[in-house]
Design a protein around this ligand. Structure first.
Ligand SMILES: Cc1ncc(COP(=O)(O)O)c(C=O)c1O
Length: 391
């Protein structure tokens, strides 16, 4: 029987990742039920609106249920599950709220904003001019007075809050007030913090005044990779819906929508306790690192209110990422450490202290096989995924 080289690589990848400690804040681990929906026969099928494809009635029921679950989990009136990624959710929302030549204000990627909204990326394709909200690097947040001044002066059609390096809630209500005063719109990209928002533990952008809340469904929300758009504004919801099919997606991956439905069922039960624990764990990890002599951003405000701990190694980031990987600790080159996956695997503040030891030993130049072994042992003790329909 022929063996698949691709499947061999998949299995090699899985066994490597299963023996390492994943601290990437953009990722999470999927439950068996979510994987089952993702790998179901819905993969590879089509459905549309109106129902142009025969055989899709049951999917339409599931699609409606998933939208309803999204509305319930995020306490809003309209939900759109079509975007195949968070980036596409951003494009769909921007396109619904702006026209060519309009101005957009957002956070610069130099300060942790999402690069996709910066000049040269989505705004360039859509013909939008970009300005950057002043940022207070010391407090790791938007400089509110500076931002209000810029908004008052430039009156951008849209302002996008939310970030890639996202430690503290953004000043949504004040910025919403300024943007709405001249008829502008406020988008909040909650890609990183959607699971924390679902748990009521970060901030509630829609009730604070954002017109649109969007995000990836796979970072702190433990769904399949995909995107979600939420709003209370019927006109915006209609505009997004009308532009979605055939502009941003055609086949929108039915299996992904099914997997999102399952993840939202899990979220509905567990969001609050999961989100609380994620934040407790990041605070514990940040404190552990700081107490052992590591510089951790956000010290002025207690390091973090999210799933992220930011070590900010600048141009040395890749070196640090590689050193951590040598010892089996998986991070990114910024260097942000995320507690979302380890929390879902059941780890608590005691384990965070242990992880801070392993990170500190690595950062002090140690490459001893003992650290790699300790990482393997820790990971092997937390294989069972928590916050599922059975737990
Ligand atoms: C703030 C923010 N928005 C959007 C995205 C893009 O999300 P996705 O990977 O789901 O397209 C990212 C990527 O991590 C992000 O950090």
């Amino acid at each position: 029987m022929a063996r698949s080289r691709t499947l061999e690589l998949v299995s090699k990848y899985e066994s490597n990742r299963n023996s390492t400690l994943n601290l990437i804040p953009s990722e999470n681990v999927l439950s068996f039920d979510v994987l089952k929906a993702l790998g179901s026969g819905m993969a590879g099928r089509y459905a549309g609106k109106p129902e142009s494809y025969a055989g899709s009635k049951i999917f339409h029921e599931l699609w409606n249920d998933t939208e309803e679950l999204s509305r319930k989990v995020f306490h809003c009136r309209f939900a759109n599950v079509l975007p195949v990624t968070g980036h596409v959710a951003g494009m769909m929302s921007i396109s619904a709220l702006c026209k060519r030549g309009d101005d957009l204000a957002t956070i610069s990627a130099d300060f942790g904003g999402y690069r996709g909204y910066n000049d040269g990326y989505i705004p360039s394709v859509m013909g939008l001019k970009v300005s950057y909200l002043p940022y207070n690097a010391r407090f790791c947040n938007i400089d509110l007075n500076g931002a209000l001044e810029l908004i008052d002066k430039d009156k951008p059609s849209i302002v996008i809050l939310g970030a890639t390096v996202f430690l503290f809630p953004h000043p949504v209500s004040k910025i919403a007030g300024a943007v709405h005063s001249y008829g502008g719109k406020l988008i909040y990209d909650g890609s990183h913090v959607l699971g924390l928002i679902a748990g009521g533990c970060f901030q509630d952008p829609l009730s604070e005044g954002a017109d649109v809340l969007l995000g990836s469904t796979h970072k702190t929300l433990f769904g399949p990779q995909g995107g979600l758009i939420l709003t209370n504004d019927e006109d915006i919801a209609m505009e997004i819906e009308e532009r979605a099919l055939y502009t941003f997606v055609d086949n929108f991956h039915l299996n992904r929508v099914a997997a999102l439905g399952v993840a939202l069922e899990e979220t509905k039960i567990h969001a609050a306790s999961y989100a609380r624990r994620v934040i407790q764990n990041s605070k514990a990890l940040a404190t552990g690192l700081y107490d052992k002599g590591i510089r951790v951003e956000g010290q002025e405000n207690g390091f973090t209110e999210s799933h992220q701990v930011f070590l900010n190694y600048g141009t040395k980031g890749e070196q640090i990422r590689d050193a951590l990987e040598t010892n089996g600790i998986i991070s990114d080159s910024k260097v942000r450490l995320g507690t979302n996956e380890v929390t879902r695997r059941g780890m608590g503040t005691r384990e965070m202290n242990g992880i801070s030891d392993l990170v500190v030993q690595t950062l002090s130049g140690s490459k001893s096989p003992r650290i790699r072994k300790d990482v393997r042992t820790l990971v092997s003790r937390y294989k069972k995924i928590q916050y599922t329909l059975e737990s």
